[in-house]
Design a protein around this ligand. Structure first.
Ligand code: M6R
Length: 624
């Protein structure tokens, strides 16, 4: 979603560095971008804005360069007001000497706007953000110092916000405010920076700090002055910054999504090794502080509640199967946006938040609400410096590496692997399985890890061939049972998101209770099979029901499932994993996942969709 970059530099021009930062933020999703800069002694703030891709803004800057010693930039993802030039950040006060960029939502913008309009302020945009510029103008007009003005400003704003503010002519400093929306500071060679995501820093930044929640302050060359909202000095703790430029390139692939699909090769091995390296400390991931506390609590633990959104929700749903079947823990999964309305808080429960970004607002707000009620919450998170990783009692890093494409691919796989490993560890610690059984199950997990790319490679040419056939349909049905239904649901989310094809996923047993009415010769029905022999038999019956109505049957199946594979018009097969393989059938979806991703990718490519940045979507959904 929206991204912020602010820079104070020593040399003219910091604008290029802001553009570099905004390029790093592009993956988060945006629909317009803008930059403002100022020079010392000149109260003028110069600005450039463009709707659409960052390339439009860059072209404009090429035609009409702007320069200054301080600059702020923003990528906007429309919430309040359409995608128009007026709504692009930075926003200004009436005098044009205050410019600001904003992430989050100002909840009382309407009341403030009405009051400021009555005072004579003229608004140019439909955004909630512009209100802040006029409010600050009205406060500064009373003769308050910038520090006192910020103190009053935060007392009058409701909502979640990260703000970076520039005062015309004061090129030696930027003002910043953080409440609930992420914002980080960076200090380095010849520049100081304030950004909403660490990826926006360049190689010059030597150390960085996450700004504590409810803090405002001033960023200058090589120094920061920060205050908590109650006016006391705030402590800023720095960490060395290591710039990872390679996460920004596509590694020779046409899209980040393709790069990330291929990065699933070897991911299982990497994650299992990293998690095993935790040794006895693994219990800290669940938020326990000592082995004895963990062992006592795990024995008493009756229920785990997992909370997540989108793809992370489906990974958590597979995790629930693992925790129930392997670790004997009753586990429920709730979408974060729904959880807020219905939390039943009970003793001996453990809550888990699951998120690639660790910044998804719905999930983060549930975490914070649970913490306020003194519940234990652990996380499974990819971005290790994220808010969720910091605020949960403990967390397991997913070790998936940066994921740039909006569609979650390798992070889904990583989440599934972490859950499987975790279920084994809990089962062992509860005495449900022996060390030997744990090691044998881990070996099965690693074996399935190798199947991820093998299955993709074995089916690649059929998938490429079939993509055009799929692309002609406007609707589709995806079916599965038990763990394979979760994969069907995740695949349906992917196809909607990337190809804009309407897909419904159903547990295949539900067919006769309604969806079968949709099936005819114009309806592709994709069945995700299970490696469990009993579940498989039922899936075959459901596939026959589809076939009998003329449905266009497509199957993701396992070797030896000939009865099912022979019914299908098109099929993609996991080799060496049959209903009779001595491998946990719950791991079946893991073997199919990259082939499923590649099918969706290929269909979206045929349809010429913007694969890495699907319309209307953002990588990290930082507003509720
Ligand atoms: O960063 P998170 O895992 O918390 O994001 C949650 C969802 O927004 C995300 O999984 C989304 O559904 C996927 N990008 C879809 O591919």
């Amino acid at each position: 979603m929206c991204g912020i970059v602010g820079l104070v530099g020593q040399k003219n021009n910091v604008v290029e560095a802001v553009v570099y930062g905004l390029e790093g933020l592009e993956y988060r999703g945006y629909d317009s971008a803008g930059i403002a800069c100022t020079d010392s002694g000149d109260t003028k703030i110069i600005c450039a804005k463009a709707c659409g891709e960052l390339s439009a803004l860059k072209a404009q800057l090429h035609e009409q360069p702007i320069s200054g010693l301080a600059a702020i930039g923003h990528t906007r993802w429309a919430t309040h007001g359409r995608v128009t030039l007026e709504n692009v950040h930075p926003h200004f006060d009436c005098s044009g000497t205050i410019a600001l960029v904003h992430n989050g939502i100002i909840e009382n913008y309407h009341e403030l706007g009405t009051m400021l309009k009555a005072e004579g302020h003229i608004f140019k945009s439909d955004t909630d953000s512009e209100v802040v510029a006029h409010l600050l103008e009205s406060i500064l007009d009373r003769g308050l110092s910038p520090k006192k003005a910020l103190h009053e400003l935060v007392s009058r704003l409701d909502g979640a916000y990260a703000l970076v503010i520039m005062l015309g002519g004061r090129s030696d400093e930027l003002l910043f405010v953080r409440k609930r929306s992420p914002l980080c500071l960076g200090l380095g060679k010849n520049k100081s920076a304030v950004v909403s995501d660490l990826v926006a820093f360049d190689a010059d930044i030597e150390k960085y700090a996450i700004i504590p929640d409810q803090t405002y302050g001033f960023l200058r060359m090589g120094e920061v002055e920060a205050y908590s909202f109650d006016g006391f000095s705030a402590e800023i703790t720095y960490t060395p910054h290591i710039h990872n430029a390679s996460s920004r390139d596509r590694g020779g692939h046409a899209h980040y999504m393709l790069k990330e699909i291929y990065e699933q090769k070897g991911i299982v091995h990497r994650i299992v090794t990293a998690l095993n390296d935790l040794g006895d400390e693994w219990i800290k991931g669940l938020g326990y502080t000592s082995a004895s506390q963990a062992s006592e609590s795990l024995k008493k633990l009756t229920h785990v509640d997992l909370i997540a959104c989108g793809t992370s929700y489906y990974a958590a749903s597979l995790g629930a199967f693992f925790l129930r079947d392997i670790a004997g823990i009753d586990t429920s999964v709730t979408r974060a946006s729904e959880f807020a309305y219905n939390p039943i808080l009970m003793k001996n429960r453990l809550y888990g938040v699951v998120s690639q970004s660790g910044e998804t607002a719905d999930t983060l707000e549930v975490l914070r609400a649970l913490k306020r009620q003194e519940q234990s919450v652990f996380g499974i998170v990819n971005v290790e410096k994220s808010s969720m990783a910091r605020e949960a009692d403990g967390f397991f890093a997913m070790h998936a590496g940066p994921e740039i494409s909006v569609a979650s691919t390798k992070s889904f796989t990583a989440q599934v692997v972490v859950f499987y490993w975790l279920a084994l560890k809990i089962a062992h610690s509860k005495g449900l399985i022996t060390l030997q059984q744990l090691q044998a199950s881990e070996a099965e997990l690693l074996w399935c890890g190798n199947k991820i790319e093998e299955t993709l490679e074995n089916n690649k040419s059929s998938i490429e061939h079939d993509a055009a056939w799929f692309a002609q349909y406007k609707t589709c049905l995806f079916l599965g049972r038990q763990e394979s239904f979760i994969l069907a649901a995740e695949a349906a989310l992917k196809l909607k998101e990337l190809a804009y094809i309407f897909v419904e996923a159903f547990p295949s047993g539900e067919l006769k209770h309604g969806p079968l009415a949709l099936v005819d010769q114009n309806m592709p029905v994709v069945v995700f099979s299970s490696a469990d022999p009993l579940v498989y038999q039922k899936i075959v019956s459901n596939a026959q029901e589809v076939k009998a109505r003329g449905g266009r049957l497509v199957v993701f199946g396992f070797q030896d499932q000939t009865a099912l594979l022979n019914l299908a018009e098109k099929s993609y097969c996991v080799s060496g994993f049959s209903s009779y393989t001595q491998c946990d059938s719950l791991l079946g979806p893991l073997c199919m996942v990259a082939a499923m991703h590649y099918l969706v990718y290929s269909i979206a490519k045929v349809l010429e969709r913007p694969i890495d940045k699907p319309r209307n979507l953002a990588k990290s959904v930082t507003v509720e």
